[in-house]
Write a protein that binds this ligand. Structure first.
Ligand code: GLC
Length: 434
């Protein structure tokens, strides 16, 4: 048997999860195309195949709705290993899709892929970037129109799945108000693939599906959903990713000399960064989301609280506070950053978004730390992530207290993270030796 080196192994996972120009997050557990997974995967592909990287984004856009929303799942081909499938969502797009969205990493990925394609001399790079740029711009307009109708400078999620951090303690209080009744029969498939102790609880699932039922009954109309949503959180993680992606699109618009687009995006960027900046709480040393139903701050200590660093330049006092807070979250951990602070009563090191470490989250957090001059901390997070993957494999997530790999294995976005962060770790190690 030929022994693959780790980069080759990561590329082999992407090849194995390729279903024809798009990549499933992992076989069986997630058998379709997921929105933010594909954006990370495209950046992974960009390290060795810019053409395939574009394809990933182009196939995702096949699912974009006429109003600009990019759905969280595109059901390109049928599969019976996942619940809830297209029949539960009941949306009316040309291709079956879910009815909710996910973090808009797309714009960030587009800039990344574009730069890799130009460097590789890929023909048609400019034209492909231009088409995808227009799709991204339409989606950013949708975000502000549909999810910040009151102009707070913060975009809201109407379903925990939109956040990408499905069962985070950040949603506990808001989700507890959502009824457990459903009109759809719940047939969970995830716990047939993965240990139930590492997945959301049944009660969470009932509430997740109650929300899907509610929005389907609104015909997926954004205004009607906004009016009735029992779950509505202006989320700092989502807003930060949107603001960061907006900055990346501005960069592309400048490169191409598209003045009208640049001006429109700059206005969006100002609105989002101002909204985010208002969410800093110095007594907590982190940013907090806002529950728009109860009017309360979401103070649960989760990874989302540091995500604004990908979009904002913080001041010296904030930088020091963030540094000591992140160090505190690492105490006693084999690998950080835990998705929930270990000192929180909600911390469960093996349960999905209630403690485990996620490679793509670390990728973003490290980017934000670096942008804000916290290079050492950024490197530490990148290097421990790379080491965890080298030890445990390309797992969905990792137990921060032991480094054990959990959830699904052969995960596409973990492979992509390895390809990108592995390079950075090698570069900083060789820089340190010099
Ligand atoms: C889970 C994660 C979400 C991810 C999806 C596919 O639902 O919470 O963030 O996009 O799996 O990997």
């Amino acid at each position: 048997m030929i022994k693959l080196d780790r980069d080759e192994a990561a590329r082999a996972i992407l090849a194995r999860n390729d279903r024809g120009g798009y990549t499933v997050p992992t076989d069986r557990l997630y058998p379709f195309q997921w929105n933010w997974d594909s954006a990370f995967v495209a950046m992974g592909f960009a390290t060795f195949d810019a053409d395939r990287a574009y394809r990933e984004l182009e196939r995702l856009i096949e699912g974009q709705w006429d109003d600009g929303m990019i759905p969280h799942i595109v059901f390109h081909a049928p599969s019976d290993t996942y619940f809830p499938g297209p029949e539960v969502w009941g949306t009316r797009h040309r291709i079956a899709t879910s009815g909710i969205t996910q973090p808009p990493v797309f714009g960030m990925a587009l800039r990344h892929v574009h730069e890799a394609a130009v460097e590789a001399g890929l023909p048609n790079a400019a034209e492909r970037t231009r088409n995808l740029f227009q799709a991204a711009l339409r989606s950013h307009r949708w975000w502000l129109r549909a999810r910040d109708p009151d102009g707070l400078g913060l975009v809201a999620i109407l379903h925990p799945w939109e956040s990408g951090s499905d069962n985070s303690p950040a949603w506990d209080a808001a989700l507890a108000r959502v009824p457990t009744s459903t009109t759809t029969a719940i047939r969970r498939k995830d716990t047939g693939h993965v240990d139930a102790a590492m997945r959301p609880r049944d009660e969470d699932y009932q509430r997740f599906i109650h929300l899907v039922d509610t929005y389907r009954e609104c015909g997926w109309d954004p205004q009607r959903q906004w009016a009735v949503a029992p779950f509505k959180i202006a989320d700092v993680q989502m807003t930060a990713i949107l603001a960061r992606a907006t900055a990346d699109l501005i960069h592309l618009a400048e490169d191409f000399g598209w003045e009208a687009e640049r001006a429109e995006l700059s206005e969006m960027h100002d609105r989002l960064t101002a909204g985010l900046a208002r969410r800093w709480r110095s007594h907590l040393s982190r940013f907090v989301s806002l529950d728009l139903v109860s009017g309360e701050n979401v103070e649960a200590p989760t990874q989302a609280c540091f995500m604004p660093l990908v979009a904002l330049r913080i001041d010296d006092a904030q930088r020091q506070a963030v540094q000591s807070e992140i160090e505190r979250w690492h105490e006693g951990m084999v690998v950080g950053l835990p998705s929930t602070a270990p000192f929180s009563p909600a911390f469960e090191p093996k349960r999905y978004w209630r403690g485990p470490v996620w490679a793509v989250v670390n990728w973003l957090i490290a980017d934000g730390l670096r942008m804000n001059g916290l290079e050492n901390l950024a490197q530490r997070i990148e290097q421990t992530t790379v080491r965890a993957i080298e030890r445990a494999g390309f797992c969905e997530y990792f137990d921060p207290t032991t480094g054990e790999g959990l959830g699904g294995d052969t995960f596409s976005w973990t492979a992509a993270a390895y390809l990108v962060l592995g390079r950075r770790a090698k570069a900083s190690a060789s820089g340190a030796r010099r």
